[in-house]
Design a protein around this ligand. Sequence first.
Ligand SMILES: [Zn+2]
Ligand SMILES: [Zn+2]
Length: 277
Amino acid sequence: MFPKAFFQNYIERRVKSHCLDGNRRLEKFLDSFLNLLHGNILSAVSLSTQIVKDRKDREDKVSLWLDEFCRELSEVISLPRSDLKGIEHQEVIDIEFLSSVMTKAVDDLRDKLKKELADADMSLFSTQPHTILAEHFSGCWEQCPFCGAVCTNTMQGHDGDHQVVLHRPQALKGWRTCETHHLVTTICSSNVAGEISFVTDDEVSIPYKRYRDAGPPYSTWNILPDPSMQAYWKWFVSHFQTELEALYNGKFQGRGEIPEAWRRMTKQEALSELDKR
Ligand SMILES: [Zn+2]
Ligand SMILES: [Zn+2]
């Protein structure tokens, strides 16, 4: 799975479990939102009634009441005044009566919606929360042609070179030595400072030091010389050695021998180093 698809899938799974697991956070969130709206509407009913009931100068009290009601709620919900035209034509003279009918209707509606909340799921959102989050946190997604590390620029189609602080062992992208087809455990940021070369898909040998000469995608990356490698990838390569060997049809042998120190690395050590960053 490509990084972007994995990222979207991961966020979707986490959002769903966060909202719908045993804690029923979605139901609680909707319930508190419903209570808030209910309170706002009731206070708009009460305020509009207070303002209009003593107006002796106006015949069209219902119309005035609706004006106030919509104005009070304008920042809370979208309630076009024109939608309430029908009520104006009803013969309502007693504003207190209108107020009590509205209060009763709002209470009934709240109770009806409350019952539906128990079955609420993510389908009620017109735009899925995980889509909003994935778009918000999305970035460049280009991968280093040597190691597969994802560019850390937060903008898609950004200016300048792709870049990432920490690269990975090149075996993760299937790089093998030419003669022996052994998988390569070194990292690109180390190789660009060394004397060895790599061979492109067009069978051209290029020194790592001049990797940009290989053209795109190599030339679109700025790989700074840095020998540091995260503990996580040392653990990953030794832990998934068999899977990587099968995936890329090569062996971790010869120059690609997995160092003993990598094998001693525990998953916990690898993860705690990631947590520190
Ligand atoms: Zn790289
Ligand atoms: Zn980039």
